[in-house]
Design a protein around this ligand. Structure first.
Ligand code: CA
Length: 234
């Protein structure tokens, strides 16, 4: 009971902070609260929470500033809480080292799924895990990392090398959003940084090969204006 996971909630709106706190407490987490950026920064260094839920719109400073300052010395998982339409800030937050984001308004199951994924990711990073070994399966989809093949219902879907790299990257971060620039950088290197079209074309081909209905994908979802995510299976 003494070893509860501690989550710092940085949120200036009482109703939202209260909602998050109630959900987390009911799920066995310990919560601490900050209502502005300065308080958040001081609590992060004094309490070393296991996860930070960070609202971007704070009364005293930009939430991105809290993120930047924290990342100077800590790899604590940070889940950004943003309002609708803040796509640019979300992308910036992810590029500054946030682990994921959740958009208001959100329900308790979405919140818990994101928190669990971010904590899992934080543990993996600490243990220095790299590419997954062996196999990844999800529904009819199976990725064999050693043989470098992807099958659906047991049949090889014949991905190209880059398509395979994209699928591997996304499987490795199940439950987390990956930004366009992150994927481009990992697959094509820094020179493809802003060429989203090449990624869109590859994703369309991947979906045609792995999804039953490419227009309504269930394995790899689009996060409009941000990137792609394989949803968590919770
Ligand atoms: Ca706010």
């Amino acid at each position: 009971m003494t070893n509860k996971t501690t989550v710092l909630i940085v949120e200036d709106e009482d109703a939202i902070a209260h909602f998050i706190s109630t959900v987390l407490t009911a799920n066995g987490y310990r919560t601490i609260n900050a209502t502005n950026g300065a308080e958040a920064i001081s609590l992060i260094s004094s309490h070393c929470p296991d996860l930070i839920l960070l609202d971007l719109g704070l009364p005293d400073m930009d939430g991105l500033e809290v993120l930047r300052k924290t990342r100077e010395w800590s790899g604590i998982p940070i889940l950004v809480v943003s309002a609708r339409g803040e796509e640019q800030q979300k992308v910036e937050a992810l590029d500054l080292g946030a682990d994921d984001y959740i958009t208001k308004p959100f329900g308790s199951s979405e919140l818990m799924a994101r928190i669990r994924a971010a904590i899992r990711h934080g543990i993996k990073m600490e243990m220095g895990e790299d590419l997954p070994d062996g196999k990844f399966t999800r529904g009819d989809l199976a990725v064999d990392f050693k043989k470098r093949i992807v099958t659906v219902d047991g049949k090889d879907v014949h991905l190209t090398q880059n398509e395979f790299k994209i699928v591997t990257l996304i499987c490795k971060h199940v439950g987390q959003v990956l930004t366009y620039s992150y994927i481009l950088n990992q697959v094509w290197g820094q020179f493809a940084q802003n060429d989203r079209q090449i990624l869109r074309v590859n994703m369309a081909n991947i979906r045609r090969k792995i999804e039953k209905n490419p227009a309504e994908p269930k394995y790899i979802l689009t996060e409009v204006g941000v990137g792609y995510r394989m949803p968590d299976e919770d």
